[in-house]
Every structure is written in C-alpha cells, then in structure tokens.
Design a protein around this ligand. Structure first.
Ligand SMILES: [Zn+2]
Length: 230
C-alpha cells in the first residue's frame, strides 16, 4: 500500500513550477470572482485535484453542493490542466509531425462545430489545429454567460450536462493524442508522472459522472486500467 502522505507530497512536488518549465507560458483561462460561492467551490475543486489522496473518493460531489456547479468548476480546472499537459509537448506537435488528429493508427478524430461555417461537417485537420480549435471552443463556452453563468442566481442551461459531456469527450482526445504520439518526448522532459496524475484525475472524474461513453475511452483502455487500478 502506498503511503498517501508520500503520494500527496510527490504530486505537489510535480506541480511545483520549478519542475514544470512550461508553466511559465501557461495562464489559467478562467478565474472565479474572489469571495463568491463559486470561487470557494473552485478552490475546493483545485484542492481535490491537488490532494493525490483517494482520488476516486475525492472527485465525488461534495455534500450539499450543486451538481452543475461542481461540474462547472471542475471542467474549468481540467481544461486548464489539459492546456498545461499539451503545453508540455506543443513544440513537438506540428503540422508536419501530426498532420492528422489521431491516437495511434486506429483512432482518427475529425473536428465539427455547428457554429462555424468552416466546420459544419466533420473535417480532418492536423493535431495542432484540432487542439487549438478545441481549446478556443471550450474557452468560448466557459466565457458565455448563457452557458456558464458566473452569477450563481442565474440558472445553468437545460443542456448543461450535455455541454460538459462533449467537453470531456473532446479533452480526452488530447490525452489520447499526447499519450500515443508524444509519450517519448514527455518522458524526455520528465513530465511522464505529471501527465499520468493529471490523466488519472481526469479519468476518475469523467467516469464518476459518466461524462465519456466507454467506446470513446477505448484508445486508453489499457493505460486507464493500469493507472487506475485499485
Ligand atoms: Zn501531435
């Protein structure tokens, strides 16, 4: 059995900026107003993500909290973290190295966005293009007051959980791409343990709330089983 205190210590040291040189280029995409309820819940979500202890338990909806609020603050936090993970390899992920958004030879992803004239139909794009479109798409959603209301008095939209599911399904693909196509580079810069921990948090959260269909999780099925075994 692994000592949970040791685990927490290892994780915190991994998150320390000293060990993450690419963090300098990273800025959180969305912040919550200090002192607001959502800010407090966001702090709780971050603390949970940083805890490293009994993650399967820790991702659960905190008692007395609203499900949508929990999904919202956690989605923002995971979005920030996936940005960070991709930031570690983005210099290696180019039009030449990754002309297709894929996870190994068996899984290819096309970009689709009903709100964009260019991508109304599923379209093959390069991995850096796909990930850039994806990050912009999420940023747009979380800045949209009708989808991610910052005022707790304003209700979440009816399709909020659908939006969250789509967000997680797409964020998963970034992990899949990075693991399949850039794992060696991650290892070389010493970020392997960091991405594993981030993925594990993400996987626990996504499966706790059924955010990603099993079929979509297939590319990393073996990895998930190995990392997230009891
Ligand atoms: Zn790539």
């Amino acid at each position: 059995m692994v000592n949970p205190i040791l685990l927490a210590h290892v994780y915190l040291s991994l998150c320390n900026t000293v060990h993450l040189p690419w963090l300098a280029d990273f800025s959180a995409k969305k912040n919550f107003k200090e002192g607001s309820l959502r800010h407090e819940l966001h702090k709780k979500a971050v603390a949970t993500l940083n805890s490293g202890i009994d993650l399967r338990q820790a991702v659960k909806l905190p008692e007395g909290e609203d499900m949508n609020e929990w999904l919202a603050v956690s989605a923002v936090e995971f979005f920030n973290r996936v940005n960070l993970v991709y930031g570690a390899v983005c210099d290696f992920c180019t039009e030449e190295s990754c002309p297709m958004m894929r996870a190994g030879p068996a899984y290819e992803y096309q970009w689709k966005d009903d709100t964009s004239a260019e991508y109304k139909r599923p379209t093959y794009v390069s991995a850096p293009k796909y990930i850039s479109l994806l990050m912009d798409w999420i940023e747009q959603i979380i800045s949209d007051e009708s989808k991610f209301p910052s005022n707790p008095e304003v209700p979440f939209p009816k399709d909020f959980q659908k939006i969250i599911q789509q967000m997680f399904r797409r964020l998963f693909r970034v992990f899949a791409h990075v693991y399949y196509e850039h794992f060696n580079q991650l290892s070389e810069i010493g970020a392997e343990a960091h991405i594993n921990t981030c993925y594990k948090h993400f996987y626990y959260f996504a499966t706790e709330f059924n955010l990603i269909p099993t079929k979509e999780l297939e590319p990393l099925k073996d990895l998930s089983a190995a990392l997230c075994k009891k």
